[in-house]
Write a protein that binds this ligand. Structure first.
Ligand code: SF4
Length: 303
């Protein structure tokens, strides 16, 4: 970390009453500098509690910064790199959601937070990978429209036994698609004492090999609250920085060096320039934001 950028950022942060949020997949130097590190919803909630903050710099991708802007309408939300766009979120348009709603008018629509605001505005309730099963289980319906991740949809169907209509027909995270069962089997042979923790965005062939399936925040809790010495981790490699930092003495092995290039577009320099010039402000049209806010708040109330 370059000392000058860190010093300049610290000064700027104080002057502008800014709070810096970093997703678990961010570069180590951003995680180390941030006020909070976590998953997207944890971070939005942290930001809400920062009553004195006027600016949120959200080091993450588009849909996360949008959610922060929707949940914190009184604050200016900046995305350090405007090119940091989640390809999975782009896979589901609002039009596609409407099309499926017309086809199954009685089925509630649950959308993963990894969607753009315009799609969220069309759903009944949002979910995260941590609470997707609980949210779908709580609905008084046996058929549920769920998007945009087909793997998470399949996981939810397995856990709830409900009829899950996954939309779009092929929605996936390109980063979690990189994990292959063969590589995990090889690592298991190499490290027979290790446990395998897998993100539900991975394929069912990978999930079936896991000792633990969970979101990034759930993986952090799992590592903290269990006594194993070695963990094989199947999610974006950025999480390993936090896991190692929080669990000295334990070993974390990436199941594959899976990098989300969009998350990694953010750098400490970009965080600095975004805050200095107050640029790359995330704006969500009011009518969209109001509808998406309802879906997000409903999820938070059901958490
Ligand atoms: S890891 Fe996957 S879901 Fe997350 S931002 Fe990257 S592409 Fe999107």
């Amino acid at each position: 970390m370059t000392a000058s950028i860190v010093d300049k950022l610290l000064k700027l942060k104080r002057e502008k009453k800014a709070v810096i949020l970093a997703h678990n997949y961010q570069r180590p130097e951003i995680q180390d500098f941030a006020d909070y590190v976590g998953d997207s919803i944890e971070l939005c909630l942290k930001a809400k509690k920062e009553k004195n903050a006027e600016i949120i710099v959200f080091a993450a991708v588009d849909f996360m910064a949008e959610s922060a802007a929707i949940l914190n309408p009184d604050k200016k939300v900046l995305l350090p790199s405007p090119g940091a766009r989640c390809p999975m979120a782009q896979m589901l348009t609002a039009e596609e959601v409407k099309r499926w709603k017309r086809k199954y008018p009685k089925a509630p629509v649950v959308l993963y937070v990894n969607t753009l605001a315009e799609a969220k505005a069309e759903c009944d309730v949002c979910c995260t990978s941590a609470n997707a099963v609980k949210i779908v289980e709580s609905l008084d319906a046996n058929t549920v429209i769920f998007g945009p991740d087909n793997n998470l949809a399949e996981y939810v169907a397995e856990k709830t036994g409900k009829n899950i209509i996954a939309i779009p027909s092929r929605g996936f995270c390109p980063t979690h698609l990189l994990f292959q069962p063969e590589e995990i089997q090889v690592l298991r042979m190499e490290y027979p004492d290790a446990v395998v923790a897998v993100h539900p965005e991975c394929s069912s062939e990978v999930r079936v090999l896991a000792d633990f399936v969970g979101s990034t925040s759930q993986m952090c809790r799992y590592a903290k609250n269990t006594e194993f010495k070695r963990y094989i981790i199947a999610t974006e490699v950025g999480l390993l920085h936090r896991l190692k930092k929080e669990n000295p003495g334990k070993e974390f092995i990436p199941a594959y060096d899976a990098v989300c290039p969009n998350m990694k577009l953010n750098t400490l320099e970009r965080v600095y320039y975004a805050l200095k010039d107050e640029k790359h402000v995330v704006r969500v049209p009011k009518s969209t934001a109001e509808k998406a806010w309802k879906a997000l708040e409903k999820m938070l109330a059901m958490k």
